[in-house]
Design a protein around this ligand. Structure first.
Ligand code: F6P
Length: 529
C-alpha cells in the first residue's frame, strides 16, 4: 500500500503538448459554426457513450487532430499506469504519503482493490453501516449530519439529488457553518426524542464541526439528560480517541481510513446520512454506478473514455483556449448542490501550483468552478456568458426524465438546455440580429452530459466521472490531486485569533492579534456591547 512513486513527466514537458499549442492556433481559433459546417457528422465524431451516460462534446472547439494529440499526451504522461497505481493502493498522495482508495470503497467482493485487507475492511464496514442505516431509518424522525467540506457537501448534494428515493425516510438536515444559524434552525424545528445527530468528521478536530456537535450535545443533554447522549449521536471518523471523549457509543460509530480523502468520501460511511435517506439497496446501486465508471476509466481506450475525454477538454479549455473558469449548469433542480459539490472536488484537488516533484508549475492548473441550476442561471448570469467580455467553458447536465414526475415541465427544461447550448455555440451574427446590441458572438464551448434519469446508479456514475476527470487533469498537470495544504494557513490563523475576538483566554493570547487588526477588532467589540 505504499510503493514509492517514480517521478512522472508532466504534460507540458512532452511533445504532444507542443503539438496542442500549434493546434490551438488553427483548430482552436476556428468558430464552432465553421467546425460544424466542415463536418456533417460532427456529433458522431465528437460524442461518446458509456455506462448509460452520453458526453456530447461537439460544441467544444476540438477536432480529430486535437483529440489524437490528447491521446498521445495521455500516453506520454502514462495516464494508464497512474490509474493502475491508484487502484493498487500505491502512495500516490505523495505529500501525505498515503494511498488514494476511493475506488476501493465501491468495489465488490473479490476485486481486492487496494489489496485483500482493504477489501475486507471496506466490505465489513459497509455492511455494518448499511445495517445501521436501515435501523435508524425506522427509529428516528429527524437525522442531522454535522460536518463540513467533504463531510457535508457529498451527502447534502446526494440527498437532495435523490429526494425521489427517500420516501418513508426521516427528515434529513445538514449543519456545516460555524456561525451557529443552521444548528439553531434545526434545533428549533426538531424534537430531541426523535432526532439523531451524525457527527461526520474524518479528523474529528474540525472547529466548525466540533462547535456544532457540542451545541447539539448540549441540547440533547439539556432536554433528555446526559444518559441519553449515546442514543442520539453517531459518528464517522478515523479519530477513535475523540469519539470516545465525545461519548459516541461503539455501535454508533463508523470507521474511515486515512486513504480516503474528505472530498472523495461519500462512498464510505460518511455517506451514512445518504444511506438513511435512500435505504441500503439504493445506496448499493449508487456504489455500483461509481464502480461502472471505475471499470470503464481503467479499461476503455482514450477515444471512448468519458472521464479521460472530460479531462482532456478541461485541459484544452484552460491551457490552450484561455478559459479560466468552468460553469456547471444542471438542468434539474434536484442537482442544485452539484456545482458546490464539484467546487470542492475540483478546486481543492486541482488548486495547486507546485508539481509532485516540488517545483513551481510553469503552466495553468485547475480552473475556477462555479454554477447554478441552468434554468435559473439563464435569468441571472447568462447575459454575461452570452455577451460579456469574460469567457467560461460550460458543462450542461441533462436528464431525459423528470426527477419529480412532471415530464411536461421537464421537457421545457430540456428545450431550454438545448436552446442555450446552441445559442452559446452558434451565436447570432449582425445580419440576423439587426442591431449591434443583439449580436451574439457564440463560439462559447460547452459539453452536454446527458443521461436517462437521476437515479442512484446514475448519480454514482456522474460523481465518479468527475472524480476521474479531475485525476486525468492532475496527471497531465503533474500535480497531486489529493492533498489540500492551502486550507491550513487560515485555520491556524483563526485558532490564534479566537482569543482576541472572544476576549477569552490569557491576556497574552487575547493580545496576540497583529496590531493592524486592533482598530477593526475594537469596532466589532463596540458593536457587540
Ligand atoms: O478544510 C478542508 C478540509 O480539510 C476538507 O478537505 C475536508 O473535507 C473538510 O475540511 C472537513 O474535514 P473533516 O472531515 O476532518 O472534519
Amino acid at each position: 500500500m505504499s510503493n514509492p512513486q517514480p517521478p512522472r513527466i508532466a504534460g507540458p514537458e512532452t511533445r504532444p503538448w507542443q503539438r496542442l499549442r500549434e493546434l490551438a492556433t488553427t483548430v482552436g481559433a476556428q468558430h464552432l459554426r465553421d467546425l460544424f459546417a466542415s463536418d456533417a457528422e460532427r456529433f458522431e465524431h465528437c460524442s461518446a457513450r458509456a455506462c448509460n451516460l452520453l458526453l456530447d462534446y461537439s460544441r467544444q472547439r476540438i477536432d480529430a487532430e486535437v483529440f489524437a494529440a490528447f491521446a498521445a499526451l495521455a500516453d506520454a504522461v502514462d495516464l494508464r499506469s497512474a490509474i493502475a497505481a491508484m487502484r493498487r493502493g500505491d502512495a500516490i498522495n505523495t505529500t501525505e504519503k498515503r494511498a488514494v482508495l476511493h475506488v476501493a470503497l465501491r468495489q465488490r467482493a473479490g476485486q481486492q482493490l487496494g489489496g485483500a485487507e482493504v477489501e475486507r475492511l471496506v466490505l465489513a464496514e459497509r455492511t455494518r453501516m448499511l445495517d445501521f442505516a436501515e435501523r435508524m431509518r425506522r427509529k428516528y424522525r429527524t437525522v442531522v449530519n454535522i460536518g463540513i467540506g467533504g463531510s457535508d457537501l457529498g451527502p447534502a448534494m446526494a440527498v437532495g439529488a435523490l429526494a425521489r428515493y427517500s420516501e418513508g425516510a426521516p427528515r434529513l438536515q445538514f449543519v456545516s457553518n460555524v456561525d451557529g444559524c443552521q444548528i439553531t434552525d434545526v434545533i428549533a424545528s426538531s424534537d430531541p426524542v426523535t432526532t439523531l445527530f451524525i457527527v461526520s468528521s474524518k479528523t474529528f478536530t474540525t472547529q466548525e464541526t466540533l462547535a456544532n456537535a457540542h451545541a447539539a450535545r448540549e441540547w440533547i443533554a439539556g432536554a433528555l439528560g446526559e444518559a441519553a447522549v449515546p442514543d442520539h449521536f453517531a459518528a464517522v471518523s478515523v479519530n477513535t480517541a475523540a469519539m470516545n471523549a465525545f461519548g459516541v457509543h461503539p455501535d454508533y460509530r463508523f470507521e474511515m481510513w486515512d486513504w480516503v480523502g474528505g472530498r472523495y468520501s461519500i462512498w464510505s460511511s460518511i455517506g451514512v446520512s445518504l444511506a438513511i435517506a435512500i435505504g441500503a439497496q439504493h445506496f448499493l446501486a449508487f456504489l455500483d454506478g461509481g464502480r461502472d465508471i471505475d471499470e470503464h476509466f481503467a479499461s476503455a481506450p482514450w477515444h471512448a473514455n468519458l472521464p479521460a475525454i472530460a479531462g482532456f477538454l478541461g485541459v484544452w479549455n484552460a491551457n490552450f483556449l484561455g478559459l479560466p473558469t468552468l460553469a456547471v449548469l444542471p438542468y434539474d433542480q434536484r442537482l442544485a448542490r452539484f456545482p458546490a459539490y464539484l467546487q470542492q472536488l475540483e478546486m481543492e484537488s486541482l488548486g495547486k501550483s507546485v508539481t509532485q516533484g516540488g517545483t513551481a508549475v510553469q503552466w495553468g492548473t485547475g480552473p475556477v468552478i462555479w454554477g447554478e441550476p441552468g434554468n435559473n442561471a439563464q435569468h441571472s448570469f447568462f447575459q454575461l456568458l452570452h455577451q460579456g467580455t469574460p469567457r467560461a467553458a460550460l458543462d450542461f447536465l441533462l436528464p431525459a426524465r423528470s426527477s419529480c414526475g412532471r415530464q411536461g415541465q421537464h421537457d421545457l427544461a430540456i428545450a431550454n438546455c438545448l436552446a442555450q447550448a446552441e445559442a452559446f455555440a452558434f451565436g447570432q451574427p449582425l445580419d440576423v440580429a439587426g442591431s449591434v446590441y443583439k449580436v451574439h458572438e457564440g463560439n462559447r464551448p460547452a459539453s452536454i452530459i446527458a443521461f436517462d434519469a437521476l437515479d442512484p446508479a446514475t448519480l454514482g456514475r456522474l460523481i465518479a466521472l468527475y472524480e476521474h476527470k479531475v485525476f486525468t487533469q492532475s496527471v497531465i498537470w503533474g500535480i497531486n490531486a489529493f492533498d489540500q495544504w492551502g486550507v491550513e494557513l487560515g485555520k491556524k490563523m483563526c485558532a490564534g485569533l479566537v482569543p482576541a475576538v472572544t476576549g477569552q483566554g490569557t491576556e497574552a493570547s487575547a493580545g496576540a492579534a497583529p496590531p493592524h487588526l486592533g482598530p477593526l477588532l475594537e469596532t466589532l467589540r463596540g458593536w457587540k456591547r
